[in-house]
Design a protein around this ligand. Structure first.
Ligand SMILES: Nc1ncnc2c1ncn2[C@@H]1O[C@H](COP(=O)(O)OP(=O)(O)OP(=O)(O)O)[C@@H](O)[C@H]1O
Length: 308
């Protein structure tokens, strides 16, 4: 059956301007998928295009990184159009959370048209796919710059991490996780919806983008050496192994901090504390590889429900 797709291509994403999409687009055409391309200059243009055209579309394809995908969330929720991702950004963490490793596979996935419902996180009314950060993570994004991202690729996140370390500040946090309350000091708080963030860091070992949960971690190091010691555990989502990392999962999270902090979601500044985080289970349909290990299978989801 033929399908009509809008390709939102972001020329500002790492590979958005240079990637050779011709052969992939020719494969889509041969498979009966008619693609209109929008070379987008900003999130407002993208949202407006999806809203205007949604009645004549069967699919939105995003060619860009995580920031570009995030910019489509609101219009996709409204229109309930399915989403497909061509990973043309730097981190491409959403593509990782789905099990898409390269561009060729991304085109295969679009042709195969196998769909999966995924959750979205929402913080103070702003949607996110991967993670929302406060503290050190925000300083990491601020230390990023798009030229360096293009030159250094995924290593630009490591470079930014070391710059950010010198700027990290302690803050006090009051947390409400569903109905449990906690108070602690921190330098970094993250709330994840997906499985990966920041260029391949695991949100939590068992986190999935279709598990109907948010995963939080809070770093409470006593000094720089302890923080560096935590870095590998954080990279691999093994937060539970470190005494001075608090981690938990919940469906609703309230966060108050002193002082108030800026919140970045999927790498973009969106809001500030105090903040309420919620998960919207199965918010969007997305095209994914069949039997992806990065997603919970229906059987795993049933087992999870049984065990509660
Ligand atoms: N829909 C859009 N159209 C055009 N530009 C956008 C859009 N959404 C976001 N942008 C801008 O483009 C920049 C780069 O896009 P994006 O974040 O997708 O790529 P990246 O930074 O290379 O990859 P990643 O986020 O995966 O590390 C964003 O920081 C933002 O300023």
């Amino acid at each position: 059956m033929s399908r009509r797709a809008l390709l939102v291509l972001n020329p500002n994403s790492r590979n958005g301007a240079e990637a050779d999409l011709d052969s992939g687009l020719a494969r889509l055409e041969a498979a009966g998928i008619a693609v209109k391309t929008l070379c987008s200059q900003g999130s407002q243009e993208t949202e407006a295009a999806i809203r205007q055209q949604h009645k004549s579309l069967d699919l939105v394809i995003v060619g860009g990184g995580d920031g570009t995908v995030s910019s489509t969330a609101r219009a996709l929720i409204e229109s309930q159009l399915p989403l497909a991702v061509l990973p043309l950004g730097t981190a491409n963490d959403l593509a990782r959370s789905l099990g898409i490793v390269d561009l060729g596979q991304a085109f295969d996935v679009i042709i195969d048209n196998h769909r999966q419902a995924i959750d979205l996180g929402v913080v103070n009314g702003h949607y996110f796919f991967n993670v929302a950060n406060m503290g050190l993570g925000v300083k990491v994004t601020e230390a990023q710059d798009s030229d360096i991202k293009k030159r250094w690729g995924v290593f630009s996140y490591l470079r930014a991490f070391f710059i950010a370390l010198g700027r990290a500040q302690k803050f006090r946090v009051d947390l409400t996780l569903d109905d449990k309350r906690y108070r602690m000091g921190s330098i970094q708080l993250a709330v994840g919806n997906g499985r990966y963030y920041g260029g391949g860091n695991l949100v939590a070992e068992e986190a999935r983008i279709n598990d109907a949960k948010l995963d939080l971690y809070c770093l409470r190091p006593r000094g720089l050496m302890e923080l560096l010691g935590m870095a590998l555990l954080v990279r691999n989502g093994k937060h539970h192994l470190a005494k001075r990392i608090f981690s938990a999962s919940a469906e609703r999270i309230e966060i108050e901090t002193k002082p108030g902090l800026e919140i970045h979601a999927d790498g973009e500044p969106v809001t500030e504390t105090p903040a309420t985080f919620k998960v919207i289970p199965a918010a969007l349909q997305i095209l994914v590889p069949r039997n992806s290990d990065e997603l919970l299978s229906d059987r795993e989801k049933d087992n999870d429900t049984d065990s509660h």
